[in-house]
Design a protein around this ligand. Structure first.
Ligand SMILES: Cc1ncc(COP(=O)(O)O)c(C=O)c1O
Length: 362
C-alpha cells in the first residue's frame, strides 16, 4: 500500500476549541455561548418538527431557501445576497477554499479568531498575522493601517474583535474596504452586542465585502450550527454556493433558525441583559484590581492583579467548576477571557475570584 503519511500529517496545528465539560454543575464561561435559553418559539418549532417525519426522510432544500428569504427580509437585501452555512465556521472554511490558491496570503489581526490561520493553511494559503498596535502596553488594538495596506488576497476583520472586544465603527471598516485589491471578510459573530448597524446593509456598495454572521451567540443556538454570509458580489456568491456541501444545513436547523430570526424581540431582550451584565462585571473586576479591556461583545478580556497569574486563576476557578478561557503561549497569555453569564453565574464567578485572591481557596 502507498504510504499516505506525508500527505495526511503535514504538520497542521489544529484549532483548539474551548472545553465542553460533560456532566452537571459547571459554570461555563469559556466559549462565548449565550447563557439564556433559545426563544420559546424555537423550542415550540422543535416540538412541532416531531410531527413532520418527512423533515427527516427527505433531503433538505440545498440552499435553505426559506431561511434565506427571512434573513434577506431582516436586512432588507435581496435573497441572492445570502448563503446559509452549517455554522459560520463552515462559511469561513468555504471562503478560504474558494478564494485562496496555493501560497496566497490571507491576513488578519494577530490577536483575533484563532481558527483563521488553521483554515487558511488547510486551504493551502499562507497565514499573515498583522501585529497588534500595542501603544500603551495594555490596549491590544487592531493596526488598521497595517491591515489595510497588506497586499493579501483575502483579509479577515473580526468585528467586534475576539478575544479583545474592540469594535470598529462602520465608517472605519469602510476605510479598510477602500483597499479594493483584497477581498474582505468582516466576521460579525458578536455584532448584536454592539447595538450598531451591521455592515450587511452596505454590501451593495462594496463588491469586495463578505459579511459573516451566526445564530450561535445572540440567538442562543451554538449547538444548532447555523451561520450565513451576506455579499453583494454575484461572482463570489456563485463560488460560495458551488464550494459548500450540497445539503449543508439540515431541515430541522433551517426551521429552528427561522423561528429564531422571527423572534427578534426575544433575541434583543437577551442581548440587552448580556450588555448590562457585561458593564457590571467589568466594573466589579476593575474593583478587584483586574485590568479589563472595554468590550463590545459578550465577553471580557481581563488581566488579573499581580498577586495571581492568568493561568493560576483559570486553574483555580476550574477546581471550583467554573470554566473561563485561558490562551496559553499566546499574545494574551497574561489575560483570561470571560464569557458573560447570567447574573447568578457572574456573582458565583466574582465570589470565587475573591476567595482565590484572598488566599482562602486552593
Ligand atoms: C469570531 C468568531 N467567528 C466565528 C465563530 C464561529 O461561530 P459558529 O458557531 O457560527 O461556527 C466564533 C465562535 O466562537 C467566533 O468567535
Amino acid at each position: 500500500m502507498r504510504d499516505f503519511r506525508n500527505q495526511i500529517a503535514r504538520g497542521f496545528s489544529p484549532y483548539l476549541p474551548g472545553e465542553q465539560p460533560q456532566g452537571a454543575g459547571w459554570v461555563k464561561l469559556n466559549t462565548n455561548e449565550n447563557p439564556y435559553p433559545p426563544s420559546a418559539k424555537v423550542l415550540q418549532a422543535l416540538g412541532q418538527s416531531a410531527e413532520h417525519p418527512d423533515l427527516l426522510r427527505k433531503y433538505p432544500h440545498p440552499f435553505s431557501e426559506s431561511l434565506k428569504e427571512l434573513i434577506a427580509q431582516h436586512y432588507k437585501i435581496p435573497a441572492d445576497f445570502v448563503t446559509i452555512f452549517n455554522g459560520s465556521d463552515e462559511a469561513l472554511a468555504v471562503i478560504c477554499r474558494c478564494v485562496l490558491d496555493a501560497k496566497d496570503d490571507a491576513a488578519y489581526a494577530a490577536v483575533s479568531y484563532s481558527l483563521y490561520p488553521v483554515l487558511i493553511e488547510q486551504a493551502g494559503g499562507h497565514p499573515q498575522p498583522v501585529p497588534m498596535h500595542n501603544s500603551d502596553g495594555l490596549t491590544l488594538r487592531i493596526d488598521q493601517n497595517a491591515l489595510r495596506e497588506h497586499t493579501a488576497r483575502l483579509k479577515f476583520l473580526t468585528n467586534p474583535n475576539a478575544p479583545t472586544g474592540e469594535f470598529l465603527e462602520n465608517d472605519k471598516v469602510v476605510q479598510l474596504l477602500n483597499n479594493t485589491e483584497s477581498l474582505w471578510v468582516v466576521d460579525e459573530a458578536y455584532h448584536e452586542f454592539t447595538r450598531k448597524p451591521s455592515m450587511a446593509t452596505l454590501v451593495s456598495d462594496y463588491e469586495n465585502l463578505i459579511v459573516v454572521r451566526t445564530f450561535s451567540k445572540s440567538h442562543s443556538l451554538a449547538g444548532l450550527r447555523v451561520g450565513y454570509t451576506i455579499c453583494g458580489n454575484t461572482f463570489v456568491n456563485a463560488a460560495l454556493n458551488a464550494f459548500k456541501d450540497s445539503y449543508n444545513l439540515d431541515s430541522i436547523a433551517c426551521r429552528l433558525a427561522s423561528a429564531a430570526i422571527l423572534d427578534a424581540e426575544y433575541t434583543q431582550s437577551t442581548v440587552e441583559k448580556i450588555i448590562a451584565s457585561r458593564e457590571t462585571l467589568l466594573q466589579k473586576l476593575s474593583d478587584l484590581q483586574f485590568s479589563v479591556l472595554p468590550s463590545s461583545a459578550n465577553f471580557l478580556l481581563a488581566k488579573p492583579p499581580a498577586s495571581i497569574s492568568a493561568e493560576d486563576l483559570y486553574l483555580k476557578l476550574k477546581e471550583n467548576k467554573i470554566l473561563i478561557r485561558y490562551f496559553k503561549n499566546s499574545e494574551v497569555s497574561e489575560f483570561v477571557r470571560i464569557t458573560i453569564g447570567t447574573e447568578e453565574e457572574n456573582t458565583q464567578l466574582l465570589s470565587a475570584i475573591k476567595k482565590i485572591i484572598n488566599g482562602s481557596n486552593g
